[in-house]
Design a protein around this ligand. Sequence first.
Ligand code: MRU
Length: 365
Amino acid sequence: MDAMRWEDGALLLLDQTKLPEETEYLRCTRPEEVATAIRRLAVRGAPAIGIAAAYGLALGAREFKGTDKEAFFRHLRTVKDLLAGTRPTAVNLFWALERAYRRAEELAERDIGTIQEALLNEADRLFEEDREICRQIGINGAAVVPPGARILTHCNAGALATAGDGTALAVIRAAHAAGKVAMVYADETRPLLQGARLTAYELKADGIPVTLICDNMAGYAMQKGLVDLVIFGADRIARNGDTANKIGSYSVAVLAREHGIPVYVAAPLSTIDGSLAGGGDIPIEERDPGEVTHIGGKRFAPEGVAVWNPAFDVTPHWYITGIITETGILRPPFKEAIRRALAAKAVHPTPTQEAEQRKLEQNPG
Ligand code: MRU
């Protein structure tokens, strides 16, 4: 199940708005098409939108004709702003765009063709690295899953939201491979039903036992003793561990606390926004009221009714048992654990970054 792939000069995006009924790939050759796809959630999930945006930037770079370097960088910044303006909450979007743009700046002295190629390579690298990160999150997270576990998850933090096996679903997949998963409860996740349409679909396709519930059934499932742990993904994590994720995650975490159930967040370190001290500063996207008044294009609320449609909420860090990352599980006090994890990551370039640097040093031009 590939959320996206690069093929013959185009970014192919699986149109997730059509799942599970139809498997249709959108062929994007222009950054505007990628921006539209991100905005309308054809591609969604924090890591996936970051990678898609990096490909969008590469497409923008490729459409530039001419040799005026200044004009090229101006164009690149316009494309970057377009892509960054699509969705405000998932920090991976800005992180991936910044990283790709920095790569272009590093090569500012080289010819435009080299920079265009490097931007595509950087998007490929983000893709490949994310696959590996998901794998590591799966391995690290499986360790906290007890045998016979009944796990509740919210929204979709799976293969459809990443380049690999997912974050929360990578943990579930790895735990299932180890024979430890008795049942996954998937919250349907209103308003856009990512749990029902995407998580239930992914898990079912992989033969992992899944039971779909409406969001308002989570509390009763916990009260009945049906849930051993909760795992969900993240769109942005502040320095103190406060975590923004799909609307409804906070309610699930509060319910879990009441029932003594551990809550794990699974996310790559790139989802941590080191510039934010706490979750109160995380921008929360508000979306079209039509997503609340309609399901699958059909209206079921009265015309003209007032609607509030925040797409995310913030779970305060004290509800979170651990944050499962590619380098290990961060435990409270999160401020200190996050500081250490980010510092360790910044010091060590990835093997692919080192290889690319060596290649450029051997082949200047
Ligand atoms: O609005 P969406 O579908 O992009 O929201 C996605 C989520 O909230 C996911 O849980 C989060 O991005 C983590 S995906 C690995």
